[in-house]
Design a binder for this molecule. Structure first.
Ligand code: NAG
Length: 386
């Protein structure tokens, strides 16, 4: 009762002090009937059919709790509007590097993944605006840099921080390709590093073991296997760990927008978001997302899954803007998305303090590591055209 009263008084005070001017009301849009005491108004999109609309932080939190996916397009209005679309390039139709991939697969270790995920989930939260989210990004950056420094292979590998207007940076690690003329046409393997507790986003405990510690560690292990075995592709292969996926795909939109502006001709991107939970409704499988993705690339991902994995493929849908592949699709590039199983059978613990390592199956994660390895090696070696 006390709480409610003081909340009401605060709201009233805020209304009186910060009554929006006519143009603020206009720009907020007619549909917003909440008190405009939220400074952090953002323009979001929840579907291709529906016009973007302005939201308060409280409204976005409601969307998170109700599993309404959105893209926060406030700062990325021109994503996908480049005047000279690069067009999509032909892809291979089959897997041809079984011998090479087998060598890298031998390097994959579930024990490594368990150690990394246990550490990664020990940060209180990896919320993109939090201090611990910044600390977790620095920890991840160090793991990747150490792998690069320790190798004596002759591969040309680099790492960089992609800074954002919030604390947690995104990370990009890159293997250069042998063929210089393909240097502007990378292959991208992605995951997101941030986590969120939907009840208390700023401070709430959010181990984010499955979402998306699992994808982060899956591709970290793939990266490790490639570094240790002297991977030298034809074209660049990049590993991306995005910040702020949970806040409307902010990190991946920023990265995709910068690539689009520079005219980078990305061949293909695959997202790994939730690779560690085996559901109870269906047999263990790869969930291959078939909505809001590139059909041809998705068909190829199915081929790679059949070639390099040991579990069946299940087609599934996850709706508009459900992960970072959507940012690449919007920018006009080919992207695909592999998830732990049927979307309806995915982890019930995500966005809560219960999304911890105890619900993770590391053998399942290894299946996704094999798929990501197949993707990186097959497409990295693909000669293709410029
Ligand atoms: C490099 O790639 C281009 C474009 O696909 C191709 O024409 C050229 O033959 C390649 N060079 C080598 C050395 O493979």
């Amino acid at each position: 009762m006390v709480k409610l009263q003081s909340f009401l008084m605060l709201s009233l005070a805020a209304t009186a002090l910060a009554a929006p001017s006519w143009w603020e009301q206009w720009s907020l849009g007619k549909k917003t009937n909440r008190v405009a005491h939220d400074e952090d108004r953002r323009l979001v999109q929840t579907s291709d059919q529906k016009a973007p609309f302005w939201t308060s932080e409280a409204e976005r939190l409601d969307m998170l709790r109700n599993n309404v996916n959105y893209m926060d397009i406030t700062d990325y209005m021109d994503l996908g509007t480049s005047l000279k679309p690069l067009g999509k390039k032909p892809l291979p139709k089959t897997a041809v590097h079984q011998n090479k991939v087998a060598r890298y697969v031998d390097q994959l270790s579930t024990a490594n993944m368990e150690i990394a995920l246990t550490k990664f989930t020990s940060f209180n939260t990896r919320y993109y605006k939090s201090e611990t989210g910044f600390e977790s990004a620095k920890w991840l950056y160090k793991q990747i840099s150490d792998l690069i420094e320790e190798t004596d292979a002759e591969s040309d590998i680099s790492i960089r921080k992609f800074d954002h207007p919030w604390k947690q940076f995104s990370i990009i690690a890159r293997f250069e390709g042998k063929n210089e003329s393909l240097s502007n046409s990378p292959v991208i393997v992605g995951a997101h590093q941030d986590s969120v507790n939907m009840w208390l986003p700023q401070w709430g405990r959010s181990p984010g073991a499955d979402d998306d510690g699992s994808g982060t560690v899956t591709i970290l292990e793939v990266f490790r296997a490639l570094v240790n075995t002297g991977f030298r592709p034809n074209r660049p292969v990049e590993f991306h760990w995005y910040s702020a996926e949970e806040a409307g795909l902010l990190g991946s939109q920023a990265v995709a927008q910068s690539y689009e502006k520079k005219g980078v001709d990305v061949l293909a991107m695959i997202q790994n978001d939730m690779t560690g939970y085996v559901g109870t409704k269906f047999a263990e499988s790869y969930g291959i997302v078939v909505d809001y993705v590139d059909d041809e690339l998705t068909e190829l991902v199915r081929v790679f899954a059949r070639t390099y994995g040991d579990i069946p493929v299940r087609e599934t849908k996850c709706g508009y803007a459900c992960s970072d592949h959507a940012s690449w699709a919007k920018a006009g590039y080919r992207s695909a998305f592999a998830i732990e199983g049927d979307f309806s059978d995915s982890s019930p613990y995500i966005h809560t303090s219960n999304d911890d390592v105890s619900h993770i199956n590391f053998n399942h994660m290894k299946q996704f590591a094999k798929l990501a390895l197949g993707f990186a090696v097959e497409l990295g070696h693909f000669k293709g055209e410029i």
